[in-house]
Ligand binder design. Structure first.
Ligand code: 3PG
Length: 305
């Protein structure tokens, strides 16, 4: 079977080696398409692929239509909002993700961003510490749980809200569970977003919600840009000069946010999962899932059932 690894943002070389070993070790063939700049390159590469491993690469109806032999797409990562899962289902293509495999990397970046922000982007002026501050974790999935673990090491007071996770599970992890996202924003000095981009969450981080934060509040986004209502957040940050927005996903309105000097920062390119370890974990998990599908028909991680 031909397995295409299509990554506009490539995996670390050591992860590609591991994926190759895994795929070829099972008697399958690996084809690499990295750093493509035009969707035409992807459309051409998928033509004869039986399986595909992607990151945030957009798997649109056009890609699925071009991929005549495609049986399975594995998103090496957590969020699969970049894949048209419904259209894939219509075409009989299985879509899977690799939950948890890159979550520590994303969680570590949350703290890199937080320290950078509370120390005034290392401009030499006195900043603040994280110890004793209230951290709100919005969604207690794999990344949220890792953020909670690290936050305790920093001596932060950790709160979480998750619409789908029972409060007991949050409390068992030694984290204070609150009843709503409003309560989280009201209570906490920093809110770290870990919600997926779904029809329910898109633009849900809006003026009213963020305005509930105390003076000096900060929102850290390592989730998706789509969950932010950008025009409303810009309006709020114009009115409240105490608020900070720190993100790993460049907003569409990056230039407008950039005017909030000292209160806004975006990484140039989403890099939460950009570590060798996360690439190895997620990439090899994806390769193993593809091998298991071709060998035994295993679809344990299917997200478009
Ligand atoms: C994910 O959903 O797994 C993370 O956002 C990482 O995405 P990436 O593989 O595009 O860096």
């Amino acid at each position: 079977m031909k397995v295409l690894v299509a990554t506009e943002k490539p995996f670390a070389a050591v992860a590609v080696e591991g994926i190759k070993k895994e795929i070829e070790g099972a008697g399958n063939e690996l084809v690499l398409l990295e750093k493509y700049t035009d969707v035409a390159q992807l459309l051409d590469a998928v033509k004869d692929a039986d399986a595909m491993i992607v990151r945030s690469d957009k798997v649109t109806p056009a890609v699925l239509d071009a991929a005549k032999n495609l049986k399975i797409v594995v998103r090496a990562g957590a969020g699969y909002d970049s894949i048209d899962t419904a259209y894939a289902k219509e075409k009989g293509v299985i879509v899977e993700n690799t939950p948890g495999q890159n979550s520590n990397a994303v969680a570590e970046l949350v703290f890199g961003l937080m320290v950078y922000a509370v120390r005034n982007f290392y401009n030499g002026k006195a900043g603040t510490e994280l110890m004793g501050k209230k951290l709100g974790i919005l969604a207690f999935g794999n990344v949220g749980r890792n953020v909670a673990r690290v936050a305790k090491g920093f001596g932060m007071d950790v709160y979480a809200y998750d619409a789908f996770c029972p409060k007991e599970v949050i409390e068992e992890a030694g984290v204070k569970a609150v009843d709503s996202q409003e309560e989280l924003f009201k209570n906490c000095d920093v809110v770290s977003l870990h919600i997926p981009a779904t029809p329910e969450t898109k633009q849900s981080i809006n003026y009213n919600l963020v305005n509930m934060m105390k003076k000096g509040g900060m929102v850290v986004n390592t989730a998706r840009k789509e969950v932010i209502n950008e025009p409303e957040l810009i309006k709020l940050m114009e009115e409240r000069t105490d608020l900070k927005y720190i993100t790993d996903i460049k907003p569409d309105a990056d230039e407008e946010f950039a005017k909030f000097e000292g209160r806004y920062f975006s990484t140039p390119k989403k890099m939460g999962a950009q570590t060798a370890e996360a690439n190895i974990n997620a990439g090899i998990a994806a390769a193993k899932q593809i091998n298991a599908y071709f060998k035994d028909g295993c679809t344990k991680f299917q997200v478009n059932k």
